[in-house]
Write a protein that binds this ligand. Structure first.
Ligand code: AHR
Length: 797
């Protein structure tokens, strides 16, 4: 190493453990990107109950994912009926009339029926695996029939396995069978067919691999579940996300909000529902299964319930009608924790789990914005605390990291003594670097932060490593930060609503991202209590200052906007440049030119003439991917945002509720400097944000003790391109003298910043574990460039 080498000495005080780290690092299972149906939930049949509907997705219909099969001279007439279903909540079923051919046929010659294609890509069939088929059948012609079932490869048209169901000539009967697969296929499908004339009604056609996670019926896909088990999460938040609160207030409506009572009981009786991410949810993975899965992976359950308000569509339950919504929350706690004699505890016991699940946390709402939520939250809080004082109730701080709605969430949480408050943000890595110290000033006596959703925009090693440095900030502030989980967790590559995601999969493969491996190291080696670290570090901090010089542009979002009285003032000299007014069409922009000063004031009048979503002022435009902007109106015409785009990644720095009224002229004034952006509207200061420099420290570090495992944990993140030569020392101020380590493990991930994992290289970026020499509990180590290292040290008694 040369003269400018980075060096660190980390002294860890093991004799005086600090605050508990509690349940700090967990996961968030959100049913987005087909994470449940077509994902973790191992059901292989798509649209098993013929309930797909255009409400879920414009392309859907009751026969979606089903095809007619006709071989030889038999013909199938298929239709979807609703007259006399076996389950009124799922009224659609398939009616099939097989005709043609002679009265009786051999299966090998002629067949007519239907085929399910599974989720996009097809079904994964494994040689030697057993598949559990279930199916409701009614013989419409009152005659007995042999229903032939095949697993086939849809690409090669070969049979992979088969069985027959002897269908009685009566009403609805549930049939079950096991099919052994003799061949492998990633493009499998399921065929049900008659080899003779006949008329049947079919419904709830379900197929699961026998070997689900832990062999559970109605269970989870093994490989995906095992990835979650391996994380060792302390808790699991579920089932969303926007899914929870985006929907009708009527629990019986097809597009209802996520109402947990719809999701329990026998699966075939659970009503199909629209998932707000534009697909269908069978609710086969329902609250019982979520609780059981949490127990199976050792994570505390953290359910999220709607608070009687849909912020996406401003649907609001009148306070006088909030009772059933609050009762849902109380009943859920009883479902999870009540003994088997209670009304809801009994439901749980009937489903096969007489013992309580031990629920400790409940969240009301998911990033709600608006007074309607905050007027309703206290009713939930009070009722829960009165009946279940030990349950920790979680409030919500909007989808923004700062601003008026965020503050509203916090003041509501303080006022009603919420145990935790749920913060969400998705940002560029640079934002995470700039805000490493975000929680340093948060107070221990306030509600604890639940960082319920966060991610830097990307799945590269750089993104993951920046997240690791940020997580050290969370760990360091465990007095104020109670829980944190990355989001989203899963994405089926064929159905992407959102990226980045922690785990990617198709119908037969999965790979964990670098972000997953960072989370894994932090969960695996969280520790039970924080330890103080004395650090002496030499090396350069890499600081990137905010550059406000650059182009200024005025834009219509999806609106035609008239701009007038436009001026830009150089704050240093007071010199003003004036510009002629103009009109920009929808999505159009006009540049005022480039400006070389860093502190300036942009002023103009703006009026929306046509369209929606208001207007935008961009400034400090270096090039297409790097600039600041103030947006008036935004996505739902409810927001005023100050945002930054960094290397093409958006960061909403702060927000305030704001509606652009068409035809009204607004006087806008934006004061820009590298330290702050302030926005005034019609002479009134409206929104302001302090800007932070992006800083890369020479080293990030933290330590904890795992009292159960009996080891000390030291973590270090090196985000620099140079290695850091380090000396690590464990000391005990209560018992001076040398300490001895009987075992030291170093778990390290080091990679090029742009590196990602993929299906072909699923572990390219993943931890490598090395055993270091035992002896004195002080050792030297070289932290590789771009690395995360976690030491586990077991001391001599
Ligand atoms: O995780 C993706 C989405 O981001 C969640 O549904 C929502 O809570 C947030 O806006």
């Amino acid at each position: 190493m040369g003269e400018k080498e980075n060096r660190a000495r980390l002294e860890v005080e093991v004799g005086n453990p600090k605050e508990s780290l509690g349940d700090l690092f967990g996961i968030f299972f959100e049913d987005i990107n087909h994470a449940a149906d077509g994902g973790l939930y191992a059901e292989m049949v798509q649209n098993r109950s013929f309930e797909f509907d255009p409400v879920d997705h414009p392309d859907y219909h009751a026969l979606y994912a089903w095809e007619k099969v006709e071989l030889g001279d038999l013909r199938a007439e298929i239709s979807v009926e609703t007259q006399s279903p076996f389950c009124a909540k799922n009224p659609h079923y398939l009616h099939i009339k097989v005709c043609g051919g002679s009265a009786v046929r051999q299966a090998a010659e002629s067949l007519a029926g239907i085929c399910n294609l599974g989720f996009r890509g097809g079904m994964e069939i494994k040689k030697g695996e057993a598949y559990l088929l279930a199916c409701y059948v009614r013989a419409e012609d009152k005659k007995p029939h042999r229903l032939h079932i095949f697993l086939k490869d849809s690409a090669k048209n070969t049979v992979l396995g088969s069985t027959v169901l002897d269908v009685a000539g009566g009403g609805w009967i549930k049939y079950e069978a096991v099919i052994e697969a003799g061949e492998d296929s990633h493009t499998g499908c399921l065929v049900l067919a008659l080899s003779e004339q006949g008329e049947l009604a079919l419904d709830f056609i379900s197929l699961f691999p026998k070997h689900t996670f832990l062999g559970r019926r109605n269970g989870m896909r093994k490989d995906l579940a095992e990835l979650l088990l391996a994380l060792k999460p302390k808790f699991m938040r579920f089932p969303g996300g926007c899914l929870v609160h985006d929907g009708s207030l009527d629990e019986n409506a097809r597009n209802s909000m996520y109402r947990w009572k719809n999701t329990i009981g026998p699966v075939e009786y659970r009503p199909a529902r629209r998932n707000n991410w534009n697909y269908n949810q069978t609710l086969g993975l329902g609250f019982f299964e979520y609780f059981q899965f949490c127990e199976d992976i050792g994570a505390k359950p953290l359910p999220v319930l709607p608070g009687g308000y849909d912020p996406h569509h401003q649907r609001i339950v009148p306070i006088s009608e909030l009772g059933p919504w609050i009762q849902d929350a109380l009943d859920l706690i009883e479902f999870a924790n009540g003994d088997a004699t209670t009304r809801w505890g009994q439901e749980r016991a009937k489903m096969g789990h007489p013992a309580p699940f031990g629920l400790e946390y409940i969240a009301i709402g998911n990033e709600e914005v608006g007074d309607a939520f905050f007027e309703r939250y206290p009713y939930f809080h009070k009722a829960i605390k009165e009946k279940y004082p030990q349950i920790k109730v979680i409030n919500t701080a909007s989808p923004f990291c700062a601003g008026s709605e965020y503050e509203k969430g916090w003041s509501n949480a303080r006022k009603y003594h919420s145990d935790l408050i749920d913060e969400h943000y998705y940002m560029a890595p640079e934002w995470f670097l700039a805000h490493h110290h975000r929680y340093d000033a948060f107070l221990e006596e306030d509600p604890k932060v639940f960082l319920g959703e966060y991610a830097s925009w990307g799945n590269t090693w750089w993104n993951a490593l920046v997240e690791a440095s940020y997580m050290l900030g969370l760990e360091r502030n465990a007095k104020a930060v109670g829980l944190a989980c990355y989001a989203p967790l899963f994405a089926n590559v064929s159905y992407v609503n959102w990226r980045p995601d922690m785990i990617w999969f198709d119908q037969y493969r999965a790979y964990a991202t670098p972000n997953y491996y960072v989370q894994k190291l932090f969960m695996d080696f969280q520790g039970t209590r924080r330890l103080a670290v004395d650090a002496q570090i030499s090396g350069e901090r890499a600081v990137t200052e905010n550059r406000m010089e650059g182009e200024i542009r005025l834009k219509g979002d999806m609106a035609k906007i008239q701009f007038s009285e436009i001026a830009v003032e150089d704050a240093a000299t007071g010199k003003k440049q004036f510009f002629d007014g103009f009109v920009v069409g929808q999505g159009e922009e006009k540049s005022l030119g480039s400006f070389g000063f860093s502190h300036y004031v942009i002023s103009c009048k703006a009026k929306e003439l046509e369209g929606v979503r208001g207007f935008v002022v961009q400034f400090g435009v270096q090039e297409e991917n790097n600039y600041f902007q103030v947006g008036f109106g935004g996505w739902q015409n409810l927001d005023l945002f100050i945002s930054q785009r960094i290397n093409g990644r958006g960061c909403d720095l702060t927000q305030r509720w704001f509606e652009v009224e068409r035809g009204r002229e607004y006087g806008i004034c934006i004061d820009v400097s590298p330290e702050r952006i302030s926005v005034a509207v019609d002479g009134e200061e409206f929104l302001s944000v302090a800007l932070k420099e992006t800083v890369v420290e020479p080293l990030y570090y933290g330590a904890s003790v795992d009292e159960k495992e009996g080891c000390v944990i030291v973590k270090a993140v090196n985000l620099q391109k140079e290695e850091v030569g380090a000396e690590l020392v464990l000391k005990n101020d209560n018992a001076p003298g040398a300490l001895f380590a009987r075992r030291v493990l170093a778990h390290t991930i080091a990679a090029a910043p742009e590196q990602e994992n993929d299906f072909d290289h699923p572990a390219k970026v993943s931890p490598v574990t090395k055993e270091l020499a035992a002896g004195r509990a002080s050792w030297t180590y070289t932290f590789a460039p771009m690395s995360l290292t976690v030491f586990q040290v077991w001391m001599e008694a």
